[in-house]
Design a protein around this ligand. Sequence first.
Ligand code: 13P
Length: 406
Amino acid sequence: MALVNMKDMLEHAYRNRYAVGAFDLVGLEFLEGIIQAAEDCRAPVILSLAESHFDHYDFELLMPAVEAAAERAAVPVAIHFDHGATLDSATRAINQGCNGVMVDASMLSLPENISHTKAVVDMAHACGVPVEGELGYVAGVEGENAEHHPGELVFTSVEEARVYVQRTGADFLAVSIGTVHGRLKGRPRLDFQRLARINDALGVPLVIHGGTGLADEQFGRLIANGVAKINYYTALSDAAAEAVRGKMDDDGGYTTLLHGVRDAVAQEAARCMRLWGSAGRAAEVLMQCRPWQPVEHLIIYNVQGLDEAGVEYVMAEGRRVLSTIPGVRRVFTGEAMKDRATYRYSWLVRFTSREVIDSYREHPAHKAFANHLFRPHAGERISIDFQETQPTLQAATNVEAESLRA
Ligand code: 13P
């Protein structure tokens, strides 16, 4: 289980002056390429899924693969929801397994941006999930030519940044200091003095969007001034496209065309990891950052005063209502397979993290369901929250078992 708390991960990078790459992925080849690069470099990494890319893939279908890759990885991984537009989409991302979310309300006025961001922060923090806010406007569109989307670049103001972070409680701030999303002609001019003042004023990990197209030396100065997360996509997309073009004359099919994509993505991502100083940091991060662990909320119970149809109704209603609560990954309702079981029915509700234990209990939807439908009929019950056994404990147990056997 190599998923780690993203706040811990970025604070480690911020304290130790390197940046973690947040690579937007648009399919399995990208996912595998990014993980391959992180493992080759022994680097912590952020798998990033941008809401603006949801036209290209089905988020709910891709997320289980992203989680499986993160859990299998030998390096620390966080899963981030990039450029989230609404409170609902941020909630959905957390319930699908993201352990970091970005609120993109940078096109709104400062008071509107603050109130929108604050609503997402309140919801996400109740799930233990950190939030990245954005202030100022980074123009352009990921994967496209920047000059096709000129937009109006708005630089982040130091004073507004201080007010924004203080009022919203955002954990990281994406700043606008001259980068743009997408493919560039030449290098952008970056306002490093502004970045240094923002960093002095805030003291939180800063984020750069539009990482593609910057010079090596510019990355170094960004990191020296508080940037701990760099968002990167267009250059990966171009490397992948180049790999496909290189196969155009082959007479194979789809898989032939895709053959070099994973390695091309891996090569470019690895170049970034070495350049940004995250290469070689995996072991420290794994040791110093909290693992990201789900909690299983288990209830076993017997029912009084309800016939079978009534029990079925309560279960269906519970699955419908409880699964929309922030931080709830899955709601399972079950019935004992043996007639004479001591407890006949069960609920298994998976929380994304331990913080959800309290926020779930206090959530109005849970209270209404529990007080009016569930508890009146399920007087006889046992309820326990379980956290997955930690791999280190597991390892210790194996060692013990070995020595007992010897
Ligand atoms: P680039 O596509 O310019 O690398 O920017 C990526 C980004 O900022 C995603 O949020």
